[in-house]
Design a protein. Structure first.
Length: 357
């Protein structure tokens, strides 16, 4: 039996067929009806409020009535859900950030607490070290060299030893003022120093003896002692001690005085350089005429020499002692950067290079 009948009266389709009502009001345009009759298809499509055949056909019975629906995604609150999800994600992110900040703050507090505890421990250790150093320093540290034998008078054992070492090192080498070595030596090394500088002492008793033995005694190197205040606290003391060395140099005994000063150097900043100390050094200087030396100490030209040395040191950018200039004698000297004050290797290399040039 046919499921639908076609006739000229299209009022049959003026209302939706039973079971073919739109699922959602207002979506009538989203569906279509397909009629099949013996292999032929007829399409009914909506047209406003009236449904009519797309193509007219003769009056016949139709064997079946098929409905083909167009799939339409269901209308939902997706955008609202997405908004809710986004807000939820933001809340979760804010919560995680707050937790991370709280954890970082807690870690910072713990770190500061540990640093405070560590600082306290370090302070205790430093105080303990200072106490130990003070105790050991006050017990046996040598602040002022002993130049005179306190029991029987005369030179102390310490002075006698220093004099013997200095004489062995420079005896027989020509001296002229502040210069040690032959005036015809092809290479000149200028040595800027402060007699109270402990680093200068390191060089004078370290690398210098080897240089004197290898180069000065053989007539290839001359060493000039120049003046630059660094370690001495009081300018007046610096001027006095350096002038005394230059005064001994007027008798060609300057290097004896300089060497003895470094060998018998006292503790830095202890105030050991007194008139008694300087007079003791002069008395120990081999062959020095004390009366002439005492007179030459007031020579203003010697103090002017110290000022000239200081200016030249500043011109070369020297800020510490010992500092050095080296080059061909009579020519321009260049700043020399040493690698060691106890090992003469870097000095030897520079001298050899200049001799070969």
């Amino acid at each position: 039996m046919p499921s639908a009948r076609w006739n000229d009266d299209v009022s049959l389709f003026s209302m939706p067929l039973a079971g073919l009502e739109p699922a959602t009001p207002g979506l009538e345009g989203r569906c279509s009806i397909q009629l099949s009759y013996r292999g032929a298809s007829f399409i009914l499509a909506p047209d406003g409020d009236e449904r009519r055949p797309v193509a007219a056909v003769p009056r016949r019975y139709l064997t079946c009535l098929d409905r083909k629906s167009v799939k339409v995604p269901p209308v939902s609150n997706l955008e609202s859900d997405e908004g809710d999800l986004t807000r939820k994600q933001r809340r979760e992110q804010a919560r995680e950030e707050r937790k991370a900040a709280e954890q970082a703050a807690a870690a910072g507090d713990a770190r500061r607490k540990r640093m405070t505890q560590l600082g306290g421990a370090v302070a205790v250790v430093v105080v303990a070290i200072v106490v130990i150093l003070v105790a050991t320093g006050s017990g046996g540290g040598k602040k002022t060299p002993t130049l005179v034998n306190e029991k029987g008078g005369g030179q102390s054992t310490e002075v006698k030893k220093a004099v013997a070492e200095v004489k062995q090192e420079i005896d027989g080498i020509p001296q002229s003022g502040n210069v040690l070595g032959s005036p015809a030596a092809p290479v000149t090394l200028q040595y800027f120093g402060d007699l109270e500088c402990p680093i200068c002492r390191e060089f004078t008793t370290g690398a210098l003896p080897a240089l004197i033995q290898k180069w000065v005694k053989t007539g290839k190197l001359r060493v000039e002692y120049r003046n630059l205040e660094t370690a001495t606290r009081e300018p007046e003391v610096f001027t006095t001690q350096q002038t005394d060395a230059l005064a001994a140099g007027k008798q060609n005994k300057g290097w004896y005085f300089i060497e003895l000063f470094y060998h018998l150097q006292g503790e830095e900043d202890s105030g050991y350089v007194t008139e008694k100390y300087l007079q003791g050094l002069a008395s120990a200087t081999p062959g020095l005429n004390l009366a002439k030396w005492s007179s030459d100490r007031s020579d203003q030209t010697l103090q002017a020499k110290i000022a000239t040395d200081t200016q030249e040191a500043n011109n070369n950018g020297f800020t510490g002692t010992p500092s050095f200039l080296i080059g061909k004698s009579g020519g321009a000297l260049k700043k020399f950067e040493y690698s060691s004050l106890t090992d003469p290797s870097s000095f030897n290399e520079a001298i050899e290079k200049l001799l070969k040039a």
